[in-house]
Write a protein that binds this ligand. Structure first.
Ligand code: ADE
Length: 237
C-alpha cells in the first residue's frame, strides 16, 4: 500500500513512522510512505499555506491551492487513491473503517492546522473527513498517525500472526480478555489457573467469557451492539 502525508509539519510524522510495526512494514515492502511538505507547493516567496478567514474571525485557514497542487502532482499518473482529511468534523474512525482502508492501494492524508482547510479543497478532491475522537487536536498529523497505525497492522503479512490481529479488541465486536506473562505471581496476584491448564478449549472459553464480561462492564454500548449481532446471527439475518 502506498501512503502519502501532506503536511506543513513533516517533522511531526517522520520519526514515529520509522518505529515499531509501521517502520518494519516499510522495510519489508508492505508499505511505502511518502511525506510531502505543503510549503513546496506554494507560489509566494513566504511559502505561506494559510490565510485569514473570509467573513472574519480568529484563526487562520489553510489555502486550497497548495493542497490541490500537491495532490495533483503526486497523483499525476494514478487514479486509484482515496483522499482523507483528518478533522474533528469527520466521521469517527473505527476498526471497521480501518478494515476498509486496508483494502485500498493508496491513501493520501491531508493534514490541516489552525481553523481548518478551505472547504473547496475538500469538495474538489472529493475527500473524506475522518475524526479520531470528539476532541480537538492542534492538527491532523497525530490523527493521521493513528489511522496509519491501525490500517498498517491489518495488511496481511505486516503483523507476524494474522491470528493475533483477528483476536484484537473490536475485530470480534468485543474488548480483549486479560493477558498475563511471566512471572506466575506478581505481588500476591496469581495468573488464573485455567491459563496454566494446557486445556486449549477451556482457555478459549475462559477468554471469551472474560471478553464478554469486560465489554459489558467497560463499554455497555459495544456490548449491546454485540448482543444484537449475536441475536441477528442466530436468526440468520
Ligand atoms: N484534527 C484536529 N482534531 C482532530 C480530530 N479529533 N480527529 C482528526 N483530526 C483532527
Amino acid at each position: 500500500m502506498k501512503i502519502d502525508i501532506l503536511t506543513t509539519f513533516p517533522e511531526l510524522v517522520s520519526e514515529p513512522l520509522k518505529a515499531s510495526i509501521v517502520g518494519r512494514a516499510q522495510e519489508a515492502g508492505y508499505l511505502d510512505i511518502s511525506i510531502h511538505n505543503l510549503r513546496d507547493y506554494t507560489d509566494d516567496k513566504h511559502r505561506s499555506t494559510d490565510d485569514e478567514q473570509y467573513g472574519g474571525g480568529d484563526g487562520m485557514v489553510m489555502n486550497a491551492m497548495p493542497i490541490l497542487n500537491a495532490v495533483r502532482d503526486i497523483t499525476a499518473d494514478d487514479s486509484g487513491f482515496r483522499v482523507l482529511f483528518p478533522s474533528p468534523q469527520g466521521r469517527v474512525f473505527t476498526q471497521e473503517a480501518a478494515e476498509s482502508y486496508a483494502c485500498e492501494n493508496r491513501l493520501i492524508f491531508v493534514c490541516g492546522h489552525y481553523k481548518g482547510i478551505d472547504e473547496r479543497a475538500l469538495e474538489i478532491l472529493k475527500g473524506e473527513e475522518i475524526s479520531v475522537g470528539d476532541y480537538v487536536l492542534s492538527g491532523g498529523e497525530l490523527a493521521a498517525l493513528v489511522v496509519i497505525d491501525a490500517v498498517a497492522r491489518l495488511i496481511p503479512g505486516v503483523v507476524g500472526s494474522m491470528n493475533s490481529v483477528n483476536e484484537d479488541s473490536f475485530t470480534s465486536g468485543l474488548l480483549d480478555s486479560p493477558r498475563y506473562t511471566r512471572p506466575r505471581e506478581v505481588e500476591g496476584l496469581e495468573v488464573p489457573d485455567v491459563l496454566l491448564s494446557g486445556n486449549h478449549q477451556a482457555i478459549a472459553k475462559w477468554r471469551l467469557e472474560q471478553a464478554i464480561e469486560r465489554t459489558r462492564r467497560k463499554r455497555p454500548d459495544l456490548y449491546e451492539k454485540w448482543l444484537k449481532e449475536q441475536d441477528d446471527l442466530k436468526h440468520g439475518e
